[in-house]
Design a binder for this molecule. Sequence first.
Ligand code: FAD
Length: 461
Amino acid sequence: MKKRVAVIGAGPSGLSLLRAFDSAAEKGAEIPEIVCFEKQGEVGGLWKFEEGKGVDEHGEIVHGSMYRDLYINGPKEVNEYVDYSFEEHYGKVIGSYPPRPVLLSYIRGRAEKYNLCAKFSVRFNSSVSKISYSEDTAKFTVTVKDRSTARNGTEAKVYSEDFDHVVVAVGHFSTPNVPQFPGLEAFKGSVLHAHDVRDLSEFRGMDVLLVGSGYTAEDIACQCFKLGAASVTITFRSNPTGCCNWPESIKEVPLLERVDSNGRTCHFKDGSSKDVDAIILCTGYLHDFPFMVGDELRLVAGNRMWPLGLYQGVVLETHPKVFYLGMQAQFYSFTMFDAQAWYVRDVIMGRLTLPSSTEEMVAHSRKWREAELAALAKLDVKPFQGDYVKELIRHTDCPITPEFVDKTQQMGVDWDKHKALDIMSYRDHAFVSAVTGNLARTHHTPWMQNFDDSLESYVNF
Ligand code: FAD
């Protein structure tokens, strides 16, 4: 009997796993039976734009967290697929910082090139609602809601199947972390989490407060400025964004303490205050796996480069037949997902042997956590994640090479320099592809003046 593997999610990380098994099959290996459950109707994960906000018609949190005018915030070359370049997808060289649809098309293009949805059983509109494990059968029971059957008010069909392994690839940027602040409930303008931001032109002419100082706040501040917000105030808990060249109308202040009873004035920890029209909570997301039954199956993690509990960043230490992909904070996204996918594939196929005890796995993870803390102390965690990718690829035949990691690390250095020079124009720079060796094209319109985020406008010139 072939092993059966359940993959939850057909976003970039789930697709990486399908491609990893596909590449083993190409080389003649006998691979397990793979079933991939995807609750949306198409592949692409977060890169598929969703109009909806909050909870969807099935009572589940809307997966999408991307907004209409989203351009990638790091050079595309850092996360270029080694077996499918951007140039191959578009038939020409394009710019380094494309908008969301250009990435979505690229992700789907690789899936199509390798025919992943036809080769593997990808079940769309299939939301996994429960996963449990039986010691008696040594199998996981995966319970699935077939959303396509819920029409005209009828309940969706629910069914269960058994598997030998489970790979969780559901991402971790969909369940909002919503902190409370005194007086926030009485605020008279709009309050929303970044998860529900769809169009930042809504804030044109407004004074906007952003709570949080991570990449989300940084990017939303830039977009609000570009799209005509009157002012942006960023309120931070521990550290400011680190950006040293905000335009006059963007200010950073210590944490929001309370919203005044007038429903407009926000007071900050340093005693300053500001009247604002809208508050956007850029306060991050929760790693959320409500379908996992029992603590031993559920990863508990925060958004950091080295969450504990995962041997080699992917194998669940409390239950090593369960794998989680892409659970780290991400400088590398698609690159890291491929490295992880090849590793997980080889553990499942018995090509790699795990340590014999949980203690060994935990001790190994602790060392990586120490290295992460050392990298944090140096205020640059990108090389740490590069080391992690190198560690994974050295165990498998993943096509990513150490040279690719070195070149893309250097892109990270240049990226930091460009941002420090001018936060509003770093996206106008072009990088050399580590896959093709070709320099990206400088886009026809600087990012600040470009209000057309369509694929056609970006690619066809
Ligand atoms: P996702 O893309 O989240 O895909 C997970 C998939 O799992 C989805 O298709 C979802 O429908 C499915 N799923 C979830 N729950 C279930 C269930 N119960 N049953 C079945 N299916 C389920 N990365 C970059 O590289 N560059 C960027 O510029 C960038 N910008 C970003 C901007 C924003 C606002 C956000 C939120 C993220 C950004 N990212 C960026 C990071 C992004 O997370 C990754 O690029 C990538 O999408 C993660 O892939 P994933 O497959 O792990 O998760």
